[in-house]
Design a protein around this ligand. Structure first.
Ligand code: 5GP
Length: 176
């Protein structure tokens, strides 16, 4: 089956939103050192743009999250790989998309065990219709309908991550 891309959020809209989020985050963390934790792989482009738009110093870490199941539906079993120690630190987790929320809730649970000084979430995209875990982002880029999207870090079969815009991918089988 062939797939077609339909632009949902343009590169310009994305860059404007990144500047807005960065200004808000820079103001909120003006008095405290900030530690960004990106969730691989999807957040890498958003994190790179956001970090460069911040006007405050920050350190950058990554965790790798893998969800068992097919590419478009979380099975609910999420494995997190990291070697972080965020004790007493102000942590902002950077996610590509908040979908069921299962990935993020597992990451938050792991990081909370380390007793950070504060723990918040910045998600580039939000798909609230599919939420299963009781979690919301503290900073959200765009809220989108329940559609499978690619670009700006998000993939389908490891393709399309390098698109500078967000597109809806049509003709993709969704088994969720
Ligand atoms: P969760 O369902 O646990 O909130 O999201 C887990 C991961 O599924 C996200 O970090 C993202 O990598 C992937 N995901 C969820 N929705 C989409 C989507 O619409 N497009 C793509 N490419 N990945 C998605």
């Amino acid at each position: 089956m062939s797939s077609q891309l339909h632009t949902l959020i343009t590169a310009e809209e994305i860059q404007n939103k990144v500047q807005e989020l960065a200004a808000e985050i820079s103001a909120d963390y003006a008095q405290t050192p900030l530690h960004l934790v990106g969730v691989l792989k999807g957040s890498f482009i958003f994190l790179a743009d956001l970090a460069r738009a911040l006007s405050i110093p920050c350190s950058i870490y990554f965790v790798h999250a893998s969800s068992y199941g097919d590419r478009q539906s979380s099975s609910g079993i999420v494995k997190i790989q990291h070697s972080l120690n965020m004790s007493n630190k102000h942590v902002l987790v950077i996610e590509d998309i908040l979908d069921t929320g299962l990935t993020l809730s597992t990451i938050m649970e792991e990081l909370n065990k380390q007793q950070p000084a504060s723990l918040k979430v910045c998600a580039f995209l939000n798909k609230p219709e599919r939420r299963k875990a009781d979690i919301d982002g503290d900073y959200i880029g765009f809220t989108i309908p329940n559609e499978f999207v690619v670009g700006y870090g998000l993939d389908y079969g490891e393709l399309y991550r390098n698109l500078p815009y967000i597109a809806r991918l049509e003709n993709v089988e969704d088994s969720s």
